[in-house]
Design a protein around this ligand. Sequence first.
Ligand code: MN
Length: 246
Amino acid sequence: MGLREYRKKRNFARTPEPAGDSRKLALSKRPSFVIQKHAARQLHYDFRLELDGVLKSWAVPKGPSLDPGEKRLAVHVEDHPLEYGGFEGVIPDRQYGAGTALIWDRGTWTPLDPDPEAAYAKGNLEFVLDGEKLHGKWALVRMGGKHAGRNGENWLLIKERDAAAMPQSGDAIVVDNPRSVATGRALEEIAANRDRVWGPNGEERGTAATEPKPQARIARVPGAKKGRLAADPKPQLATASDHAPD
Ligand code: MN
């Protein structure tokens, strides 16, 4: 699928999400996984597995469950760049996926199939997660028949039976562990700092592009010409006014 659809949906001058570097290759020996909790129009969990140099992605409305009896709908969405795994912050209003995202879990995954690309293409991936919240064996299975969705985008995320499974636990894993594994913050705390962008280790990465860049604003002033700043600007007294000068 590649990153074409991902990039087409987003305006990187306005959103703090990464555009992704197509030249970047997967350097890690064990592929990464990340789950982002994303309060967009509807809260969901974005489940992403590193495969083929991108993050294969599924939106899971109810989030994962440790109960093997709970089969969670996972809607396959566009591939995301590997850098997306470090994204936590606010996607500005009117941008694709507008809302707040936090890094709910992350770690590495180990496919149980010797050819994970083929297993993915077949729609039957089994793997072990080694995350901070999620562990053990899981499966992602593409649905057939009338539940498949128009483009076969409907999959199921299922916890397999093992020592990490918790039968009858329902939503406990998401309800009891709402915070970011990267920064320890809840969604509300990230939303309250919507002018900041945070990196994967809690370091501040700068300011979200919620305002047009200054150049873009200047370019829109009719008749304005580009020029140098005055070398020696003189200070002037400024007085508050409620109307523009004539
Ligand atoms: Mn999402």
